[in-house]
Write a new protein. Structure first.
Length: 143
């Protein structure tokens, strides 16, 4: 769990997933160490929130209505935003993992492991490191 210095602001996070229950679960998992400043149902709304709210991190699904999480991550990267992207998805195969990192994601968490992997992933992102859920079938040379 992240320890906050009382003189600094909490790390601000936007959550983007088409499923309201997932968004609420993520918010609960991140509380109280992180401040959720916005929740979006699709990639377009997620991108708009990043541009308006400038959170340190966005936790985002790949499969969403409109533009996907990977396309949104690429838009965030191209915008020169300092926001770190953490992908939260059901997709475990290496093609999705590699596409997410190529689009600018810092971390990749699979939903079945979010209770154990989400907080360490956000800590990794904040520290400039990458994180991939151990369930993913990515060869060791790519980790």
């Amino acid at each position: 769990m992240m320890k906050q210095n009382p003189s600094t602001h909490p790390v601000r996070v936007v959550i983007a997933d088409h499923n309201k229950e997932v968004r609420e679960t993520v918010m609960q998992l991140l509380s109280p160490a992180f401040e959720v400043v916005g929740m979006a149902e699709d990639g377009s709304a997620a991108f708009e929130m990043v541009m308006e709210l400038w959170p340190e991190i966005i936790v985002m699904a790949i499969s969403m209505p409109g533009i996907s999480g990977i396309e949104t991550a690429l838009k965030i990267k191209k915008s020169d935003s300092a926001t770190k992207t953490v992908i939260l998805t059901v997709h475990e195969d290496q093609d999705f993992v590699q596409a997410a990192f190529a689009a600018g994601a810092s971390c990749y968490v699979v939903k079945p492991s979010m209770a154990s992997d989400l907080n360490p992933a956000l800590q990794s992102a904040l520290n400039g490191l990458s994180f991939i859920s151990p369930r993913c079938s990515l060869p060791q040379s790519h980790r």
